[in-house]
Design a binder for this molecule. Structure first.
Ligand code: AMP
Ligand code: TRP
Length: 329
């Protein structure tokens, strides 16, 4: 079975966009691949975090991933800091990465070009830690969003360079970029992605939103003045987005939904979308509370870390030997 690895950086609460665009795919992948999923807590602190918020977001992320269907019997789920090899290999990777390469990383470049103050060295070298996260487990595939593709490319370059210099050590992984289409838009501005950084919060549905609040956000979603329910992404992007949300959660085609409501008003369609979304949120939230109440997270993460360490420590030991870091007695 091919191995797939992904890291989640929960600096905020998970959204319906994350669920439709990413989480649900992981749940599908766990049957086809040996999945390794970790919570990238070290990556979270490359930017300032409130410790209490961070800790809550980390806990929620694990519980929500499981609530959405990630199964610890099938996938290895763990917390990055529980496997110390990440930080050590991260340092070794930094010693095998050129400043020129890091200077080309758009995420850092964009932030410094915007004049953001107090950017940290950790943020600058974070692609090296990400390379370590990946290469420790020799995965075949790394599913990431478009913004992370450049970091996986850098990981491939570092792996190839290391292999050429010190002998075959790392598997060179392939990035797996999510297909376009699953891009859920803001309910308040359908030209923008639904995002946790939404200022008003009205355009974004969080997986842990109160059901009444979620319903209200959908009922007051921005649409258009055309007055006809049909699939016209260009002229009726708000309506299109609502139908896409309902379609991806219900498994019905967008055409079928649009056709059912073609003679109705927008309110009726919104009511249907709200029903579908709230039913899914309710299912996820019930499971989320069950998971938290049963206190299984501790065991899941301990078992996951033990499985992860068995793989990671072996890779790190091999790297240390190849670099000549050991003393031979
Ligand atoms: P982020 O929360 O932006 O770090 O994204 C984490 C993952 O969720 C990425 O794989 C994104 O592709 C996915 N994602 C985030 N927002 C959306 C959205 N509005 N629609 C679809 N996928 C999304
Ligand atoms: N950098 C990723 C993000 O911001 C999270 C991440 C850290 C990651 N390490 C990883 C993703 C390794 C894939 C593989 O979303």
């Amino acid at each position: 079975m091919k191995r797939m690895l992904s890291g989640i950086k929960p600096t905020g609460q998970l959204t319906l966009g994350n669920y439709i665009g990413a989480l649900r795919n992981f749940v599908k992948y766990q049957d086809e691949y040996e999945m390794v999923v970790f919570i990238a807590n070290l990556h979270c602190i490359t930017q300032p975090q409130d410790p209490a918020d961070l800790s809550k977001n980390l806990t929620d992320a694990v519980a929500l991933y499981m609530a959405c269907g990630l199964d610890p019997e099938k996938a290895t789920i763990f917390l990055q800091t529980d496997v110390k090899a990440h930080a050590e290999l991260g340092y070794i990777m930094a010693c095998n990465t050129y400043l020129g390469e890091l200077n080309r990383m758009t995420q850092f470049k964009d932030k410094s070009a915007k004049g953001e103050k107090n950017l940290t060295a950790g943020l600058y070298t974070y692609p090296c830690l990400m390379a370590a996260d990946i290469l420790l487990y020799n995965p075949d595939y790394v599913p990431v969003g478009d913004d992370q593709k450049q970091h996986v490319e850098l990981t491939r370059d570092i792996a190839n360079r290391f292999n050429n210099k010190y002998g075959e050590t790392f598997t060179v992984p392939e990035p797996l970029i999510a297909k376009v289409g699953a891009r859920i838009m803001s309910l308040q501005d359908p030209t923008k992605k639904m995002s946790k950084s939404d200022e008003t919060n009205k355009g974004c549905i969080y997986l842990l939103d109160d059901l009444k609040v979620a319903r209200k956000k959908i009922m007051s979603a921005v649409t258009d003045s055309v007055g006809k329910i049909q699939l016209d992404k260009e002229n009726q992007p708000g309506l299109y987005n609502l139908i896409e949300i309902a379609s991806s959660l219900s498994g019905r085609s967008m055409e079928e939904i649009a056709d059912e409501f073609k003679d109705e008003g927008y309110g009726k369609l919104k009511g249907y979308v709200a029903d579908v979304v709230c039913a899914e949120l309710e299912r996820i939230q019930t499971r989320y509370h069950e998971i938290l109440d049963s206190h299984i997270l501790e065991k899941v993460l301990a078992d996951g870390a033990a499985k992860a360490r068995a793989i990671a420590d072996k890779t790190l030991a091999d790297v240390e030997t190849k670099l000549g870091l050991e003393i031979k007695y």
